[in-house]
Design a protein around this ligand. Structure first.
Ligand SMILES: Nc1ncnc2c1ncn2[C@@H]1O[C@H](COP(=O)(O)OP(=O)(O)O)[C@@H](O)[C@H]1O
Length: 338
C-alpha cells in the first residue's frame, strides 16, 4: 500500500500517540501497584514490582519476536546494514532507557519529564555532528521553539524536592547521560539510514535482537533474572500487566520504527515529545483545570512551531549533503532531506 507521505506521517504519529498513551496507563499499574497480601518490612501490604531491567528485557524480546514474525510472513529485500552499527545503536538505546529509569529515582518526576522533553535537541545536534545530517534553518528554529514551548508548558514551579542536593545532582547527571544516549542512538540511526536504508521492521528486529541479548547477559550478572523469575512465580498475575505492556510497547515501537525509517529519528523525537505535551494538555482540559499564562505561552509556541515546520521546515538548504552521494543512495538522499 503506497500512501502519500503526509498520510503515512499522520498514521504513524497517531499510532505512537495511542499506543504510548495506553502503555503509560498499564506501566503505572505495574510499577505502582502492589502484588499479594504479604505485609512488607515498611508495614505496607503487597510486594512492589521493581525489576527495571527485566521489564525492558520482556519488551525487547516481544518486539524482536513481532518484527521477526512480520518479516517471515512478508519477507523484504535483504538488510545489508553491518552488525556493528546495530550493536552500537542497541547499546546507546539501552543505556538511554536504563539511565532514564535510574534518573527517575533520583530527581523529582516532573524534573525528569521536563528534562526528557529536550530530547529533540541532542538528537538534532548529534545528528549533525555524528549522523552527517543537515537541516534547514527553519527546522532548527522550529525544533528549538517546540522544545521551549513544551518545557514552558510542563514546568512545575514551587515544588521543593525533599531529596538531598547531591542525590538530585546525580539524577541530573543521569538525565544528561540519557539525553546524550538518545542523541547518539539517533545519530547512528541516521548513518544506518544513509548507508543501507533498512525498513522499519528490519531495524526493529535487529535492534531488539541485540538489546535482548545484551540485557539478558546483564540480568544474569546482576541476579535480576533469578529474582524476576521468583517474583513472577509468587505473583503470576503480574504476567497480565506485563503482557498488556508488551502489546502496547510492541505496537508503539512498530510505529516508532516506521517513523524512524521513513522520516528520521529527529521527526520521531519531535512526535514523542509533543505526545507528552498533548497528554498533559488533554488531562488539563479534561479535568477543567486552568492554564496559567506561562502554559498558554508554551502551548502557543508549540502549535505555532509545529504549524510553521509543517509548512516550511521541509525545505532543505541548497547545499544539504556534506558528502557527495554514494552509489545507490540517491533515492535515500532524497528521503533524508525530507
Ligand atoms: N529513535 C528511536 N529508536 C528506537 N526506539 C525509540 C526511538 N525513540 C523512541 N524509542 C522507543 O520509544 C520509547 C518511548 O520514547 P519517548 O516517548 O521519547 O520516551 P522516553 O522519554 O522514555 O525516551 C522509548 O523508550 C524507546 O523504546
Amino acid at each position: 500500500m503506497n500512501l502519500p507521505e503526509r498520510s503515512r506521517f499522520v498514521i504513524y504519529a497517531v499510532g505512537i500517540f495511542v499506543c504510548y498513551f495506553l502503555y503509560g496507563i498499564v506501566q503505572e499499574k505495574l510499577t505502582r501497584g502492589r502484588y499479594g497480601e504479604e505485609v512488607q518490612t515498611d508495614g505496607s501490604v503487597g510486594e512492589r514490582f521493581t525489576y527495571a531491567l527485566a521489564l525492558v528485557w520482556v519488551q525487547c524480546l516481544c518486539n524482536y519476536v513481532f518484527a521477526k514474525v512480520l518479516l517471515t510472513i512478508r519477507p523484504q529485500k535483504e538488510d545489508t546494514t553491518n552488525a556493528g552499527s546495530y550493536v552500537a545503536c542497541s547499546l546507546t538505546y539501552l543505556l538511554a532507557m536504563v539511565s532514564t529509569n535510574m534518573a527517575m529515582r533520583w530527581v523529582p518526576y516532573p524534573t525528569a519529564v521536563v528534562g526528557k522533553s529536550a530530547k529533540p535537541i541532542p538528537v538534532m545536534i548529534l545528528g549533525v555532528l555524528i549522523g552527517r545530517k543537515s537541516y534547514s534553518w527553519t527546522r532548527y528554529a522550529c525544533v528549538l521553539t517546540i522544545v521551549l514551548g513544551v518545557i514552558l508548558f510542563m514546568y512545575k514551579e514551587g515544588k521543593v524536592s525533599n531529596l538531598p542536593a547531591e542525590t538530585t545532582l546525580l539524577g541530573e547527571v543521569l538525565l544528561f547521560l540519557s539525553l546524550s544516549m538518545d542523541g547518539l542512538t539517533g545519530a547512528v540511526q541516521e548513518r544506518i539510514r544513509a548507508a543501507s536504508a533498512p525498513s522499519g521492521q528490519q531495524m526493529m528486529r535487529a535492534m531488539n535482537f541485540w538489546s535482548t541479548l545484551m540485557l539478558g547477559v546483564a540480568m544474569v550478572f546482576t541476579g535480576e533474572a533469578k529474582e524476576f523469575m521468583y517474583f513472577t512465580i509468587r505473583h503470576p498475575e503480574a504476567w497480565t500487566h506485563l503482557s498488556l505492556i508488551a502489546v502496547c510497547g510492541v505496537l508503539g515501537q512498530f510505529f516508532i520504527f516506521l517513523m524512524v525509517a521513513s522520516f528520521g529519528p529527529l521527526a520521531c523525537s519531535v512526535v514523542t515529545t509533543t505526545r507528552k505535551f498533548f497528554t498533559v494538555l488533554c488531562s488539563v482540559l479534561l479535568f477543567g483545570n486552568v492554564l496559567i499564562a506561562r502554559q498558554w505561552l508554551g502551548a502557543v509556541l508549540v502549535f505555532a512551531a509545529l504549524f510553521v515546520d509543517m509548512l516550511y521546515g521541509k525545505k532543505a538548504p541548497l547545499a544539504t549533503a556534506k558528502k557527495p552521494p554514494v552509489e545507490g543512495k540517491l533515492s535515500e538522499e532524497k528521503k533524508l532531506n525530507s
